[in-house]
Write a protein that binds this ligand. Structure first.
Ligand code: NAI
Length: 305
């Protein structure tokens, strides 16, 4: 059974509430031993991170234990390298292995780009991008040793497509996709697969951006099956799943076949040929960046530059 997680250990960051809590409960319900990480801060990332309030994480861990599952709480801040190493050590001490990491912790500091304090831009990058980097780095030595691992990055439609007032969040969320794109290449030989999730759910992050009728449909629990799918034994590698209110889809970065215009092409030629070179009917997704370079070189050779 690829989606029975008995004997496996899953770390979920930011699992004291919202989507992370739903993922933690879903993994526990299918037999996983769960590490519930959360530093217990406010939606904008402010709060008592230094004292490492365990209460939201502890509550979720307690709920899992009450259900007959196996969970521990961790109050680490994902922006701290020391905290993420301590989280990995705590997991190894408690459970002896690490199979799954869901990088879910996140904050919002919305404002239009020109009005935003640079400190708010940096903080959002720090939590989403560096948080995913530090948590992944902390667990990877164990996953590599075990020759098995599943990592899920939490991206967003805001990163994939843009969202007014969220330049910091959009940049951070697409940066994590870039991270996943390369990790999936580097880690595949160790049996580790890296994918991304773009969820939509009613949580404290969205409670003031959508009307109550919409929020009622967007239960966080409806997203978690996508995370479990991405962490199964048969998981894909390098995919982006979008999920919300019961709909699941695949997102992909595609490039048109293009048109060889010559090394001395002009902007006028690009404008004249825009319809042809931007035709997406035969668009492709590349396995790695060098596949795109290969296309350029082959086109140039075939056209005898
Ligand atoms: P949430 O605010 O309910 O949950 C985020 C959790 O992360 C909180 O419990 C918070 O304490 C924790 N956290 C924040 N900074 C942390 C840090 N430095 N260290 C440890 N924990 C930290 O929000 P939600 O909606 O559950 O978000 C979960 C993830 O899903 C986030 O990455 C978010 O950006 C992403 N997302 C959510 C969407 C939605 O519709 N709710 C849409 C797209 C992406």
């Amino acid at each position: 059974m690829p989606y029975d997680f008995t004997g496996q250990v899953a770390i979920i960051t930011g699992a004291g509430g919202g989507l992370g809590r739903a993922h933690a409960l879903a993994f526990a319900a299918r037999g996983a031993m769960v590490v519930v990480n959360d530093f217990g801060g406010a939606r904008d990332g402010s709060g008592d991170s230094d004292s490492g309030s365990l209460s939201p994480a502890e509550k979720v861990a307690q709920k899992i234990t009450d259900m007959g599952g196996n969970a521990i709480a961790n109050g680490g801040n994902v922006t701290s390298e020391a905290d993420m190493h301590a989280m990995a050590d705590q997991t190894m001490d408690a459970f002896g292995r690490i199979d799954i990491l869901v990088n879910n912790a996140g904050i919002l500091r919305d404002k239009t780009f020109t009005k935003m304090d640079i400190s708010d831009f940096k903080m959002v990058m720090e939590v989403h991008l560096m948080g995913a980097v530090l948590a992944s780095r902390a667990v990877l030595p164990m996953m590599q040793k075990q020759e098995y691992g599943r990592i899920v990055m939490t991206t967003s439609s805001s990163g994939l497509y843009g969202n007014f007032g969220q330049s910091n969040y959009s940049a951070a969320k697409l940066a994590i996709v870039g991270l996943a794109n390369t990790l999936r290449l580097e880690l595949f030989k160790y049996g580790i697969r890296v994918n991304a999730l773009a969820p939509v759910a009613a949580t404290r992050m969205t409670d003031d951006v959508m009307p109550p009728q919409m929020l009622a449909l967007l239960v966080p629990e409806s997203v978690s099956p996508a995370v479990l799918y991405l962490c199964g034994r048969d998981a894909p590698n390098g995919e982006i799943i979008t999920a919300g209110a019961g709909t699941f889809a695949r997102a992909k970065i595609l490039e048109s076949e293009g048109l060889f215009l010559g090394v001395d092409a002009t902007p006028e030629m690009i404008a004249e040929n825009w319809d042809k070179l931007s035709d997406m009917t035969t668009a492709k997704s590349y396995k790695q960046g060098s596949d795109q370079s290969q296309k350029f070189i082959v086109n140039a050779f075939e056209n005898k530059v």
